[in-house]
Design a protein. Structure first.
Length: 159
């Protein structure tokens, strides 16, 4: 089963948003994937930001049970593809988990770009909507690449 782990800073805005948006995409396709999220600078146990939950509810995705958590070696090993929101997050994870660097990418790389997804924390609802549109666009236009990378096991990647 393909698996994707989204990473952001606090695991309350962008990565749960991406988790929910990819989940919505998978509901459209009917495919079964393992999709989750975590953060690099996390205070564990916090729910997603209210605006994040509102945006996902509009897509009939309920992540109200989600709680923030820190990325760790066990999580990284468990997933086929790890997508970060910022270049610094990608670099930090590749440095911390060099044996898994082959599966750690910046989300925007899925559409041939190299740009950060801006964190909307503390901003008005419109900023969350813009972030969601950006993430959703990358997921939709980069879906073939996401599917391809998420479907390759560690054994195949090191092959």
């Amino acid at each position: 089963m393909p698996s994707v782990l989204f990473i952001c800073a606090a695991n309350i805005c962008r990565s749960p948003m991406a988790q929910g948006l990819l989940t919505a995409k998978m509901m459209e396709t009917g495919e079964a994937w393992m999709i989750d999220s975590a953060g690099i600078y996390v205070k564990p146990g916090f729910p997603p930001a209210p605006y994040t939950l509102e945006i996902l509810r509009e897509k009939e995705i309920d992540l109200s049970a989600h709680r923030s958590r820190m990325v760790n070696a066990e999580l990284v090993a468990q997933f086929d593809l790890i997508l970060t929101m910022e270049r610094g997050q990608k670099e930090a994870l590749r440095a911390a988990f060099p044996q898994h660097k082959h599966k750690i990418y910046l989300l925007s790389e899925m559409v041939g770009q190299n740009q950060d997804i801006i964190d909307p924390i503390g901003q008005p609802f419109i900023d969350y909507q813009q972030t969601a549109q950006e993430i959703d666009g990358i997921i939709r236009f980069g879906f073939d690449r996401i599917r391809s990378l998420a479907s390759i096991s560690d054994d195949e990647q090191h092959g």
